[in-house]
Design a protein around this ligand. Structure first.
Ligand code: AMP
Ligand code: ZN
Length: 114
């Protein structure tokens, strides 16, 4: 998508602190971190929201979850614990309409979230 922020980071048209890449996704640091570790995992495919997933995305979703734990390990938050979040649409707090997983850790998380 030509005017999508995360597509532009994927294509390197815009800078991002990308520290993990594979054939299906990339991961980079959130520009406005809400925790000492705050990473975004972004599929290469432009999928606007969780609501746009279909049966063909099963393998991709499984892969993204495996990447979450891989990155949690890389960032040393796997054992202490961390939070994985996907915001969906305005009421869910979604700001960028290219599906992404937030991985946050390095501090105690509270519940319920804001
Ligand atoms: P969401 O509200 O779930 O759509 O989350 C969007 C996230 O993207 C927010 O946490 C922003 O801080 C983050 N973000 C926005 N622009 C950038 C950027 N250029 N590089 C990295 N993260 C960004
Ligand atoms: Zn996109």
């Amino acid at each position: 998508m030509s005017n999508c922020l995360f597509c532009k980071i994927l294509s390197k048209e815009l800078p991002g602190k990308i520290f993990y890449e594979d054939d299906l996704c990339i991961a980079f640091d959130d520009i406005n971190p809400q925790a000492p570790v705050h990473v975004l995992i972004v599929p290469r495919e432009h999928i606007p929201t969780l609501n746009d997933l279909n049966e063909g995305h099963r393998d991709l979703l499984g892969h993204l979850c495996m990447v979450v734990t891989k990155i949690a390990g890389m960032k040393k938050i796997k054992d202490p614990g961390f939070r994985m979040v996907i915001n969906c649409n305005p009421a869910g707090g979604q700001m960028v309409y290219h599906l992404h997983i937030h991985v946050m850790g390095g501090r105690q998380m509270s519940w319920p979230p804001g």
